[in-house]
Design a protein around this ligand. Structure first.
Ligand code: 5GP
Length: 205
């Protein structure tokens, strides 16, 4: 059966457990391809260039932006992040599945791009990973001990802002219990593969 691809946008505030859930989903669904974003932030331990991110200088990022290479881009916690068109567009045209881990500003831009581009509109699906409450995020971030009190407040305010936009997403997976959330996320991703909108030929004729 000839099928078009899926462009899966996943957002969620820091401390929600999004990376762990995305890793579990990618392990379960090997055909799912991760869209490697560009960022100007410095790599964390264990993060490889070209795998976690393309780590760029501000100048390199600005050049790509000026050349129109980004499908969306945003500033998050004082660093620039952007999704390259080259990571996404040809893949969905080939009927492949691409997962974007981007923030709410990026998700809104993909929604806008979808309005003008039927290919993106047909492919784009939006999932929000949410905590059971804002307090849970506060506890998780404080427990991580990686932020100063000021950074923690900044991240919490950003989390609340992001979560208030939940209606721009098609699905919301609440990460209270990690195993339950992983099962739910994988179920949503599997269901997306069965959408009739992806079928690119006339069947049963
Ligand atoms: P981190 O620096 O912790 O890896 O990511 C910080 C935030 O930036 C996360 O919410 C992540 O989803 C978001 N992010 C990562 N890549 C992109 C991107 O290409 N575009 C946008 N808009 N956000 C991104």
């Amino acid at each position: 059966m000839k099928k078009s691809g899926n462009l899966i946008v996943i957002s969620g505030p820091s401390g929600v457990g999004k990376s762990t859930l995305v890793k579990r989903a990618m392990a379960e669904l090997p055909d799912l391809q991760f869209s490697v974003s560009c960022t100007t932030r410095t790599p964390r331990e264990g993060e490889e260039h070209g795998k976690a991110y393309y780590f760029l200088s501000r100048e390199e990022f600005a050049e790509k932006l000026a050349a129109g290479e980004f499908l969306e881009h945003a500033e998050v916690f004082r660093n620039c992040y952007g999704t390259l068109k080259s990571e996404v567009l040809n893949r969905i045209r080939r009927g492949e599945e691409v997962l974007l881990d981007i923030d709410v500003q990026g998700a809104k831009q993909i929604r806008q791009a979808a309005e003008n581009d039927p290919e993106i509109r047909n492919a784009a699906q939006f999932i929000l990973i949410a905590p059971p409450s804002l307090d849970v995020i506060r506890q998780r971030l404080a427990g991580r001990n990686s932020e100063t009190p000021e950074q923690l407040e900044l991240r919490l305010a950003a989390a609340a802002g992001e979560l208030r936009n939940y209606r721009i997403y098609d699905y919301m997976v609440v990460n209270g219990d990690l195993d339950t959330a992983a099962v739910e996320l994988i179920a949503v991703l599997k269901a997306m593969r069965l959408r009739t909108a992806n079928i690119q030929e006339e069947l049963f004729v």
